[in-house]
Design a protein around this ligand. Sequence first.
Ligand code: ADP
Length: 411
Amino acid sequence: MADIILTINAGSSSVKFSAQRIAEGKLTPLALGQIDGIGSEATFTATKSGGEKAHFALDQSRHAIDHALALTAVLDWLEGENLDGRVVGVGHRIVHGGPVFAEPVRLDAAVLRQLRAFVPLAPLHQPFNLAGVEAAIQAFPDAAQVACFDTAFHRKHPFIADTFALPRKYYDEGVRRYGFHGLSYEFITRILRHEEPVLARGKVIVAHLGNGASLCAIKSGKSVASTMGFTALDGVPMGTRCGQLDPGVVLYLMGEKKMSADEITDLLYKNSGLKGMSGISNDMRELEASTEPSARDAIDYFVSRVRREIGGLSAVLGGLDCIVLTGGIGENAQKIRHAILKDMEWFGVEIDEEANARNQRVISAKGSPTVALILKTDEERMIAAHTAELLGLKQPLEARAPTEKSGSRPA
Ligand code: ADP
């Protein structure tokens, strides 16, 4: 019977999962899926490697579907699809490891207690991540449970990239620039180390541009600064989140508009960014297809903020050898990529327009001082790799010689 690693990314109303076989230190994807509408009308969608897709409503005749029932549905489906190997490990995406966790960790009662203490740092994500852990402990009592943190990759930032200009006591109690999307950055860093070892040793910016978006400055494989801060609101504008905002705006909303903390939270997390600016959609494809000026404004603002951050992070790095674009927008949106990287020759980035239009891996021109790459991120695979490594089923990449050919997936 095959050993299976499950990855779980539990949100407020959805659970995303993947199942990967682990044999002789190699991970092979078996299935990818998601349950949406937890707490209301839940639907299950999953695709087995090879393409067969399942989509059905979950039976809620007796109970509203909660996280525990959602994971039972995953288990039933895996068994029904004859993917019923032994689930030896469950890797969880946990948004916040606070100042404490700089590496993945095996979950036990003490770790769970610590992670609950970080709920105030990520109230919209952490409680649901932890509900996923509790549900997985029930559904897979014999499997090891592993926490993989979105903050961990950034934990070795120098103090000045980790602090705000507030009295020190706030830093000491945890008000810091944590940075997020760490699993994605770590995945890309491993791919680079494997496929472009010379660039990987240099000064790199990775732009993770999806529904959530941030950029990370990486020097010799280590994160040195990120555009996201205390929460996942800071930095560049996102699908529904505002990105960088003068804190005076929040004071104005509270003082003059008498908005409550909940109302402001709702505005900044769910009704700002591309959606708020355009008044149309959080989806970049819809904005690109729209003829409304507000859609154009939202795209232009997004592009200009990403360009500013590239400039700022390059200054932090003291130069730029490579820029990687990833995430749904970074991997697919040619026009947005072009707008971000054009007219940057003075800065060392010369885009190859044809390569960009064809979504090629290298989109900088030959001889461009800075190499621009499109790389596909895979956070599920990173979580599975961490889980397998922590369980001793797989060697960490660092311990292996880079023998796989370019284009393989080393994580
Ligand atoms: P998430 O952060 O939820 O994982 P993704 O990384 O999947 O999100 O990115 C979603 C974003 O990518 C959406 O704004 C979507 O419109 C955009 N996107 C995906 N494909 C394209 C495309 N071909 N052209 C433009 N934008 C795209």
